[in-house]
Design a protein around this ligand. Structure first.
Ligand SMILES: [Zn+2]
Length: 460
């Protein structure tokens, strides 16, 4: 006897896209059967005419984070509800090390933020901000405890400590950890910013020019050299520009363990947005680019150079975003967890730019594999967690912040017409969202222990 059966859907599995019935016992997928061949279940969801996808895995979120003395408006309650409503059933959030602080303390602090709030499963990367000998010595212990990735920000406080970071890279590589790298060159940005401000160009209209594509590609190339020297595998977060992508492609062709992520804003928006009234809404690091770069990112999604689409969800109120009097002080980031899957389906799959299987790789299977959660997460397979999304590929939705579950009072994709939206989200066998209505116990989400990085992750 099954606990739950989902029948009649077109299911995306490792074997491809085909009609199948999926049976769940407890928290796991017990059986995938040809249509009509499943044993009886105490509850059945009739999903005829819909797709059944693995729950998405977003390995880049910032919930309950603090920047410039302000708190993001989404914590682990509203943030994971927004995620679940959009078909995301696992997140990996960034736990920030404090200056002089231990890595263990960072994880503990973030675990407490999620406890009692998160409605989906989650894990943490550690943002390594202060690579002291003590912090570096902690890296292998963290990996043993299932925290297997570390973030390096190249755009701030990096230059002065580059040698310390190199030591951290080596230890991370030797410990089986993956480095996630924010690649923007601190000095080039500092120089461009200074030139603009000196010329009195302080408004958000000049934001993109303060962090040009060259500041990204230069940092990617430098990080590639640093990780090659130290033997550490590198995962580049939120890539936004053509030459940075080309540098990744070249390193990959030489057999290096180099991975690439992009984020939704670079796929759907361009830098003209900064000229609009309230252009501050779209500020994130790195900035929006021209249509040429947007095209390069889409190409890289289709040809396999980019491995993951993740949100970098970091939400603020409009008041927070508009409070700055110059571009350097605008709070970076925006809310987009709920739109990740439906917009990639609508703009990518429905418009023929990528296949459905490729979309599932980009938002579920690849991030689960890369960050040590596969096959528990990221795939519809017998024995995997029953994290599933019944997806209505015909449903039309106009993005409106008032309908979204994030506490942000604006949406960067306001007014976008989207074809395809999740109708049911299931986490470990429990239905937690139905038709955009969430019904889940706060704190039901579990913290995941992740496996070390494997260079052969594609074949795991
Ligand atoms: Zn981020």
């Amino acid at each position: 006897m099954l606990d739950l059966a989902i029948t009649g859907a077109t299911v995306v599995t490792r074997a491809g896209v085909a009609p199948a019935d999926v049976g769940i016992r407890g928290s796991r997928i017990a059986r995938i059967a040809r249509p009509g061949a499943l044993e009886t279940a105490s509850q059945t969801i009739d999903a005829r005419g819909q797709l059944l996808l693995p729950g998405a895995v977003d390995p880049h979120t910032h919930l309950d984070a603090e920047m410039f003395n302000l708190h993001t408006i989404d914590d682990f309650e509203s943030g994971t509800i927004a995620a679940a409503a959009g078909g995301v059933t696992t997140i990996v959030d960034y736990a920030f090390q404090e200056r002089g602080g231990t890595l263990a303390a960072a994880v503990e602090k973030w675990r407490a933020k999620a406890a009692g709030r998160a409605i989906i499963d989650h894990s943490f990367h550690i943002a390594l901000l202060d690579p002291t000998p003590e912090a570096i010595a902690e890296i292998p212990r963290m990996v043993e405890q299932g925290i297997t990735s570390f973030k390096i920000f190249m755009m701030m406080n990096f230059e002065a400590r580059a040698r310390d970071f190199l030591r951290a890279f080596r230890v991370a590589g030797e410990s089986g950890a993956l480095l996630t790298i924010h690649a923007e060159d601190e000095n080039l940005i500092g120089y461009c910013t200074e030139m603009l401000l000196r010329a009195g160009k302080e408004s958000v209209a000049h934001f993109a020019a303060s962090r040009p594509p060259l500041s990204e590609s230069a940092a990617v190339k430098r990080a590639l050299a640093m990780t090659q020297m130290t033997g550490a595998p590198a995962y580049f977060v939120h890539l936004s520009s053509r030459d940075a992508i080309a540098a990744i492609r070249r390193a990959r062709d030489k057999g290096r363990a180099v991975l690439a992520e992009t984020r939704p804003i670079y796929l759907y928006l361009t830098e003209e947005r900064f000229l609009e009234p309230h252009g501050e809404r779209y500020v994130g690091y790195p900035p929006l680019r021209t249509a040429e770069h947007r095209g390069a990112i889409w190409e890289a999604l289709a040809d396999g150079t980019v491995d993951v689409v993740a949100t970098d969800h970091c939400s603020w109120t409009l008041e927070n975003k508009l409070s700055a009097n110059r571009f350097t002080r605008v709070m970076p980031g925006m809310s987009n967890l709920e739109t990740l899957v439906p917009m990639l389906y609508s703009e990518g799959v429905a418009k023929g730019r990528i296949s459905l299987e490729r979309m599932v790789d980009l938002v579920a299977t690849n991030p689960a594999r890369i960050f040590g959660m596969y096959p528990k997460k990221g795939v519809i397979a017998e024995g995997s967690d029953a994290d599933l999304v019944v997806f209505d590929s015909e449903r039309k939705v106009i993005v409106q912040s008032t309908e979204m579950h994030s506490r942000a009072d604006y949406d960067p994709f306001e007014g976008f017409e989207v074809t395809g939206w999740p109708s049911i989200t299931i986490s470990r066998g429990e239905v937690i969202v139905t038709d955009r209505r969430e019904d889940a116990r706060r704190g039901r989400g579990e913290m995941l222990r992740r496996a070390p990085f494997r260079a052969d992750w594609r074949s795991t």
